[in-house]
Design a protein around this ligand. Structure first.
Ligand SMILES: CC(=O)SCCNC(=O)CCNC(=O)[C@H](O)C(C)(C)COP(=O)(O)OP(=O)(O)OC[C@H]1O[C@@H](n2cnc3c(N)ncnc32)[C@H](O)[C@@H]1OP(=O)(O)O
Ligand SMILES: N[C@@H](CCO)C(=O)O
Length: 343
């Protein structure tokens, strides 16, 4: 059976008022849909990608999304949109600023996770989706999904938040700051060109990798077995990962999305974190990773403990934070149990 997959772009013509008070004069959001809406419109699975992901969820989450996979387009209508600010088809700092007719570059406004959720909400309305069966997101995607669940109220039935939190910790903001410092240290940063800060972005990704993986993962995969003084495997791995990202991303989007992650605070202007969480109507499953060094499992547990309908499950993995993108078997088991509890 061939499942329809559509890649589209939504153009929002009106001004987007941002949490900072700044305004974005319209925006575009690239998105994919797979499968068909039922007549009752009750089979929408909306997946929100992490920091450097894109709308092609069936590629980066191939163990969970696809025919005969847990989220199956023969049964579900699966939507995934590229976040505002990211460079996989949505409006980002390399896009033309309609006011000047030139790319935004450094003039692109800072976005919060609430702004990112607001942009997705405009897309939902455009698509005529009245209710979301399951809203799913990991890491930055989990932060945006949590913000959106707050806004959506009863319009989302289940929200699944992986390796994420309710408010970004100083530890995570600190990691992001070191990565932006690496970009700033690139002598091309400050120039108006799409590849400004590219070498800095390589260093930023190398730093980030140390937060996405647990030391046990590197011990297992990058330990040198021969005696040597230099030229270590982990050095070459981190440099490779830096180049790999810098060849598919840009320093401007990285800057804006890492700043959005820093800003994440579900309780801001809502009476605090606990109060905001207590007002979320959706059933929430949070999934932590036992050895996540970036978004601690306690941060996932905190969400589950403070929403009215929350539960917590854990992935055990030596990978660390990135386990939510990799540990498909455990994830399927956890997801199956979560939905079965309802029956
Ligand atoms: C173009 C796109 O749209 S990409 C898809 C969108 N992006 C996302 O979804 C972001 C989320 N994804 C990710 O962060 C990652 O892909 C993950 C976490 C899922 C997996 O990470 P990976 O980098 O694939 O895995 P891993 O850490 O094992 O690294 C493997 C790579 O490092 C290379 N490598 C491993 N050890 C070394 C070493 N010592 N020296 C040099 N290279 C090395 C491997 O050859 C492999 O290269 P390849 O990616 O070109 O095949
Ligand atoms: N590996 C993830 C990291 C953040 O969860 C990404 O690149 O999006």
């Amino acid at each position: 059976m061939i499942i329809d997959m559509a890649q589209e772009c939504y153009r929002h013509e009106e001004v987007l008022e941002l949490e900072s008070g700044e305004k974005l004069p319209g925006f575009e959001i690239a998105y994919t849909t797979q499968g068909h809406l039922t007549a009752a419109k009750d089979n929408v699975i909306w997946i929100v990608h992490a920091l450097t992901g894109d709308a092609n969820v069936q590629e980066w989450w191939s163990g969970i999304v696809g025919e005969d996979k847990f989220y199956d387009p023969t049964k579900h209508f699966i939507v995934c949109a590229n976040l505002l600010g990211s460079n996989y088809g949505s409006t980002n700092p390399l896009s033309n600023n309609p006011t000047t007719g030139k790319p935004y570059y450094y003039d692109f406004p800072n976005l919060s996770t609430r702004d990112l959720a607001k942009a997705l909400e405009h897309l939902r309305v455009h698509l005529g989706i009245s209710s979301i069966h399951s809203l799913v997101g990991g890491s930055l995607g989990g932060q945006v999904a949590l913000e959106w669940a707050y806004i959506l109220k009863e319009k989302v039935k289940h929200t699944i938040i992986l390796a994420s939190n309710a408010k970004t910790s100083p530890w995570t903001i600190g990691f992001n700051e070191t990565q932006r410092m690496a970009i700033e240290a690139d002598s091309t940063w400050g120039e108006n060109r799409p590849d400004a800060g590219k070498k800095g972005l390589e260093a930023a990704r190398a730093i980030a990798m140390l937060s996405y993986r647990h030391p046990q993962d590197f011990d297992a995969k990058q330990k040198d077995l021969d005696e040597k003084l230099d030229g270590f495997r982990i050095s070459s791995y981190l440099r490779y990962q830096g180049q790999k990202l810098a060849n598919r991303f840009n320093a401007f989007s990285y800057w804006i999305l890492s700043k959005a992650m820093d800003s994440h605070d579900i309780g801001r202007a809502r009476g605090g974190t606990e109060k905001a969480l207590s007002q979320i109507q959706s059933k929430i499953l949070t999934i932590g990773v036992d050895r996540d060094l970036l978004f601690l499992k306690e941060e996932s547990q905190f969400i589950a403990n403070h929403v009215p309908k929350g539960s917590y499950k854990e992935i055990s993995s030596r990978t660390g934070h990135d386990a939510f993108l990799i540990e498909y078997e455990q994830l399927q088991y956890i997801l199956r149990s979560f939905y079965l509890e309802e029956v």
